[in-house]
Design a protein around this ligand. Structure first.
Ligand SMILES: Nc1ncnc2c1ncn2[C@@H]1O[C@H](COP(=O)(O)OP(=O)(O)OP(=O)(O)O)[C@@H](O)[C@H]1O
Ligand SMILES: [Mg+2]
Length: 355
């Protein structure tokens, strides 16, 4: 088949003076000194050239003709001119809260089949509060929350809270300081998110228990839960909060200095394992996710799995030396990278009756 591959490529890490100056007010000084070239998280959600080339090769190995379509302002013309029969979409977009929905919307308008969730579901998941409202409607446990745009005028009593940008992924904007223990820290984080990311903050109850991520593949009755990955929070340095933050993902866990951050399958009893699978499946179906997704979960103090976040376009770093959750779960299920990519394409093809 002629498969379009839509993507955004990570630009050379340009440390913007401005950004660094602003961030230095907020970030741990040791981090700032040790990792100056990695501080700028502007393109954190985008893919490396290595990832895009490996996806391309994987699709070609299975007999497809692949057209590379960078999801920039000319994407519409490139799609019309190249007429792909189906698109493998991993484009994260750049502008606006609905940026992950822009390529899916374009493809819907042109009536071109594509992998993954539709523009509505992707848009909802990229607004973490809208996603949580739907989960709550279906009584799927997730942390209580409120939103604050730059400031917060009412009194908060129960701490700790967790503060994160409303519209980001790849732990962008999530640092050790995201866990707040008093009002001063809370206000500081709300202000940081407004100043550095120009968006409201989502403030949640801090869910302190074990953390998991659940990769899923398929649709409807054929939806598969891949082996559950546990985030090994014990690997996080002692003086840091037990969260899978930007520091942990991108500074502490490197190819040269790899953390043993995943346990797969997760080290939990059968009952909890089944409960996590159940809530992940329910979330997938209620949010009308399609083909593939990854769902982040933590256990609360009563051991109830809570949905932390839903990723309709999960990161898929190809090199096992880079810890990447979806490929890790796929490998554990017996799929190598190329099989995983083509399994996602196959799910989309089945959905469009193209096989
Ligand atoms: N309410 C919470 N309570 C406890 N920990 C949390 C909470 N929300 C987020 N975290 C921690 O912060 C991490 C990043 O949060 P989240 O998954 O929402 O961010 P993200 O940037 O969308 O992640 P991804 O890289 O998966 O796209 C989680 O993996 C978890 O460790
Ligand atoms: Mg996450």
């Amino acid at each position: 088949m002629i498969v379009g591959l839509t993507y955004n490529i990570k630009k050379e890490q340009i440390v913007k003076e401005n950004f660094n100056n602003n961030i230095s007010k907020y970030i741990n000084q040791k981090i700032l000194e040790n990792y100056p070239e990695r501080i700028d998280d502007t393109y954190a959600e985008w893919d490396s050239i290595e990832t895009i080339e490996t996806i391309k090769n994987a699709l070609e190995e299975y007999g497809n003709n692949v057209l590379l379509i960078e999801a920039d302002a000319d994407a519409y013309l490139k799609i019309i001119n190249n007429k792909p029969e189906i698109v493998f979409n991993v484009a994260e977009g750049f502008y606006g809260a609905s940026r992950e929905s822009q390529i899916p919307s374009l493809l819907e308008m042109l009536n071109i089949p594509f992998t993954g969730s539709d523009s509505i579901t992707i848009g909802i998941c990229h607004d973490k509060s809208r996603c949580k409202e739907i989960l709550s409607y279906y009584k799927i446990p997730n942390p209580n929350f409120f939103i604050a745009n730059g400031k917060c005028s009412f009194k908060i009593n129960n701490f700790p809270k967790f503060v994160k940008p409303l519209h980001e992924g790849s732990s962008k904007g999530i640092y050790n300081s995201s866990v707040v223990f008093n009002e001063k820290e809370l206000l500081n984080e709300i202000e940081r998110i407004k100043e550095l990311y120009n968006q409201p903050a989502l403030i949640e109850d801090f869910i302190e228990g074990k953390e998991f991520t659940v990769a899923m593949l398929g649709n409807g009755k054929n939806l598969r839960v891949l082996p559950i990955v546990e985030i090994n929070l014990n690997e996080i340095p002692e003086d840091f909060n037990k969260i899978y933050s930007y520091e942990v993902k991108w500074f502490f866990d490197t190819r040269e200095n790899k953390l043993d951050i995943f346990k797969c399958p997760a080290d939990i009893n059968e009952l909890t394992y089944k409960e996590i699978e159940k809530i992940a499946k329910e979330t997938f179906l209620k949010l009308r996710l399609r083909d593939w997704a990854r769902i982040d979960i933590r256990l609360d103090k009563n051991n109830i799995p809570n949905i932390i976040e839903v990723n309709p376009l999960p990161g898929i770093l190809p090199n096992p030396e880079d810890n990447s959750c979806f490929p890790k779960a796929a490998r554990e299920a017996g799929m190598d990278y190329n099989q995983m990519i083509n399994a996602i394409l196959d799910e989309a093809k089945k959905r469009y009756n193209l096989v």
